[in-house]
Design a protein around this ligand. Structure first.
Ligand SMILES: Nc1ncnc2c1ncn2[C@@H]1O[C@H](COP(=O)(O)OP(=O)(O)O)[C@@H](O)[C@H]1O
Ligand SMILES: [Mg+2]
Length: 155
């Protein structure tokens, strides 16, 4: 079993989240292939972090929140695909088949998941989890747990 590491990060502002996103992108490239879970309450910054990560991976077009469609997928400029999920409204396990999510998770590529707990029965084991806590001063305390090669890239 690959080594699992934990690291505590602090994001005082979005610039700090962007620095983490850039470190993670560098560790994922050249061919991003990982399942990343973003845990945290509404407003924690899950969508914002995903946007920063997708930008750091070179996506230049519009990045929509997948809250309605559940999944938004992007071609990566260096090849491969990144899929952004928001499972907040995901309820019916049949949707996993019908919407093609099984195929997406079976194929290589980056999968970033907001509200993974709402699809816990379907998701494969994650390579990296972020647990984001919103502090009263608007900063974010973040625990990163996952594969050593990814967690070690974060500071
Ligand atoms: N790291 C951050 N530092 C400061 N503000 C942030 C940060 N991340 C997100 N925000 C702000 O918090 C709000 C909610 O962020 P969002 O990414 O939509 O949260 P979530 O997807 O977890 O519900 C947005 O207005 C965004 O500008
Ligand atoms: Mg969101």
């Amino acid at each position: 079993m690959p080594a699992i590491l934990e690291s505590d990060l602090l994001w005082p502002d979005e610039a700090a989240a962007q620095a983490t996103a850039e470190q993670l992108a560098a560790a994922l490239l050249p061919t991003p292939d990982a399942v990343i879970e973003l845990h945290g309450p509404l407003g924690a910054g899950k969508t914002t972090f995903t946007r920063l990560l997708l930008r750091a991976l070179g996506i230049t077009g519009r990045i929509k929140s997948p809250s309605y469609a559940v999944m938004e997928s992007y071609e990566l400029p260096g090849g491969g695909v990144a899929s952004h999920f928001d499972f907040y409204r995901f309820g019916d396990p049949r949707e996993w088949e019908d919407a093609g999510f099984r195929d997406v998770f079976a194929a290589p590529g980056l999968k970033v998941c907001e509200w993974p707990e709402k699809a816990a029965g379907q998701l494969p084991p994650p390579d990296l989890q972020f647990f984001i806590e919103l502090l009263p001063d608007d900063s974010r305390r973040v625990r990163a747990v996952g594969a050593a090669k990814l967690v070690e890239a974060l500071s």
